[in-house]
Design a protein around this ligand. Structure first.
Ligand SMILES: [Fe+2]
Length: 284
């Protein structure tokens, strides 16, 4: 879809919302974007070591702070995540909407830093993080908030001397994703979770020894209509747009709807969400 078609679709979806009623418009602009859905998922596999039973991973994504999403709202999100006592936290890209125009401040850094997870906090680049010369700004900011960058790299997460792999690839639109390089030295016997901002990369990732891919980017479409679904999703979020997909027998993709909004400040039937994944060892 080219830019012109995109703008036409977004304008028509905006007008459609207005047409639905001023109540729906108000709801989509002022109420739903401030709500939060917690999506619980169980991930069970014989490859998950027993030591990881009940291990809890929280994913948040696409906060787009600065575009109709405030530091105050972010502060509430941090409280919500900490109350869920995650073992590990992952952020899957698009932290602020426009890094070069954003007023970076200590309050935001302290908030991000206050997220607690005993097995670490990891993040990957989204297209908005690289966009507008944001690459280095984001790298430094996330580092000072104790978030470890996975950019075509992986790490081992250990519990009682048992291990799983957490890998992350660079953004597909403005970065240089390298699935081969990310996974070439990974032991395929180890349960592997891959972070990739764009969900449609799953069509390439399925050929690698990855068990689970966690993505964002789609925002679930932001505006969804009953019986119709989303009106628009961005490039690389055309095939996989929302929720859980069993891509192959042994490869599952989760697409998180994100927290903030971009381009238009609406959410309708597409509440902001975080994912809570609970790992379970499954006997063969
Ligand atoms: Fe985004």
């Amino acid at each position: 879809m080219n830019r012109r078609t995109f703008i036409k679709r977004m304008i028509s979806s905006g007008l459609l919302l207005i047409g639905l009623s001023s109540g729906s418009y108000y709801y989509a602009k002022h109420i739903e974007p401030k709500r939060l859905h917690i999506q619980y998922e169980t991930i069970a596999s014989p490859k998950i070591p027993q030591a990881f039973n009940q291990f809890r991973i929280i994913q948040f994504s696409d906060t787009h702070i600065g575009f109709h999403y405030t530091t105050e709202q972010f502060s509430q999100l941090i409280k919500n995540i900490n109350q869920l006592h995650p073992d590990l936290i992952v952020f899957t890209g698009d932290f602020v909407d426009r890094p070069h125009q954003f007023h970076w401040n200590n309050e935001l850094k302290e908030l991000l830093k206050s997220l607690e997870a005993p097995h670490g906090k990891y993040w990957i680049y989204g297209n908005h993080d690289h966009g507008g010369y944001g690459t280095d700004i984001l790298k430094n900011f996330m580092e000072t908030a104790d978030f470890h960058l996975l950019q075509n790299s992986h790490t081992r997460i250990s519990v009682k001397q048992e291990e799983i792999i957490l890998a992350g690839i660079d953004d597909a639109i403005l970065g240089k994703p390298d699935i081969d390089g990310t996974l070439k030295s990974v032991d395929s016997n180890l349960f592997t979770i891959l972070l990739a901002h764009e969900p449609d990369l799953a069509k390439f990732v399925k050929h690698y020894p990855v068990d689970v891919q966690l993505s964002g980017h789609s925002h679930g479409g932001q505006v969804r209509l009953p019986f119709f679904g989303h009106l628009y999703t961005p490039i690389y979020a055309k095939k996989y747009t929302i929720g859980r997909y069993q891509v192959t027998d042994d490869f599952t993709l989760f697409v998180n709807r994100g927290i903030g909004t971009t381009r238009l400040p609406f959410r309708f039937l597409c509440t902001p969400e975080i994912h809570v994944y609970q790992l379970e060892h499954k006997a063969i």
